[in-house]
Write a protein that binds this ligand. Structure first.
Ligand code: NAP
Length: 252
């Protein structure tokens, strides 16, 4: 992972869970990181901890469903660190959990704006700079729900499926410019998202014990490895962290 040292990365959804763990993992590897999320004080605090540990870390308040916010996020990284090498599109929401027939069209659509359009906005804003420098890595944090319909999760399954297709489309257009776009499905992870899922009581995922989920540090390490040139074969694909061959390859 030495090749990552000195690179500049943006991590969305870095206030907690997988995003916060990924920001810490990358920072420990010498990557200059920009932490983005809506909770301003939390990302400021997280960035401060990384700086205290000797890293270079910035915090930018950003709602990924707002394109202007995302553009400002990319600009902040470029002005702070002089470039943008890595974008981790990790921000995501599981709410509102419920049946499609009784769903609230506004909150349903807002979840899709975050989980799907947020990924598009990130790539749309980052790709021109990466294309100019003829290099870059974009990791889109997906979900097995993209491939398996689940009761109460129509917004989540559909938006993750759409984002997975964006990974494949972006790879077609960006690979020739030296940019790798990769998706990762992390399995079930012990984060606030799983607390909300358990509380809903809907579908088999909510019946799992919290202790059955993996710690966010594991997907964070997988994401860091995917940012290296060793993972080039995964460009345009969505890899599952449940895949044992992948775990071995990534040194997990
Ligand atoms: P989490 O603990 O709930 O964290 C979600 C993160 O996304 C938070 O930092 C949140 O920050 C941020 N976020 C939500 N809406 C946002 C918005 N509009 N703009 C910017 N940031 C936003 O969940 P997690 O488990 O770490 O999830 C991270 C990713 O992994 C998600 O894409 C999720 O779908 C995926 N995933 C998780 C699991 C799992 O079992 N946990 C399984 C498969 C896939 P703010 O609220 O401060 O904005």
């Amino acid at each position: 992972m030495h090749e990552l040292s000195g690179k500049a990365a943006i991590i969305t959804g870095a206030s907690r869970g997988i995003g916060a763990a990924t920001a810490a993992t990358l920072s420990n590897l010498g990557v200059n990181v920009v932490l983005a999320a809506r909770s301003e004080s939390t990302i400021r605090h997280n960035a401060e901890i990384l700086r205290d540990n000797g890293g270079q870390a910035e915090a930018v308040t950003c709602d990924v469903s707002n394109y202007k916010d995302v553009q400002a996020l990319i600009s902040h990284c470029e002005s702070s660190f002089g470039r943008l090498d890595i974008l981790i599109n990790n921000a995501g929401v599981i709410e509102p959990i419920g049946h499609l027939a009784t769903s609230n069209p506004d909150t349903w659509a807002h979840a899709a704006d975050i989980n799907f359009k947020g990924v598009y906005f990130g790539m749309r804003a980052a790709l021109p700079a990466m294309m100019t420098q003829q290099s870059g890595v974009i990791i889109n944090v997906g979900s097995g729900a993209a491939y398996s319909p689940l009761e109460g999760w129509s917004h989540y399954c559909a938006s993750k499926a759409a984002a997975a297709m964006l990974t494949r489309c972006a790879d077609k257009e960006a690979a020739a410019s030296g940019i790798r776009v990769i998706g990762i499905s992390p399995g079930t992870v012990a984060t606030e998202m799983q607390v909300l899922i358990k509380a809903s009581g809907i579908n088999p995922v909510s019946q799992m014990d919290y202790s059955d989920h993996i710690e966010p540090e594991l997907p964070a390490r997988a994401i860091a490895w995917l940012c290296t040139s060793e993972a080039a074969e995964y460009a345009g694909k969505e890899v599952s962290l449940r895949d044992e061959a992948f775990q071995k390859q990534a040194g997990l």
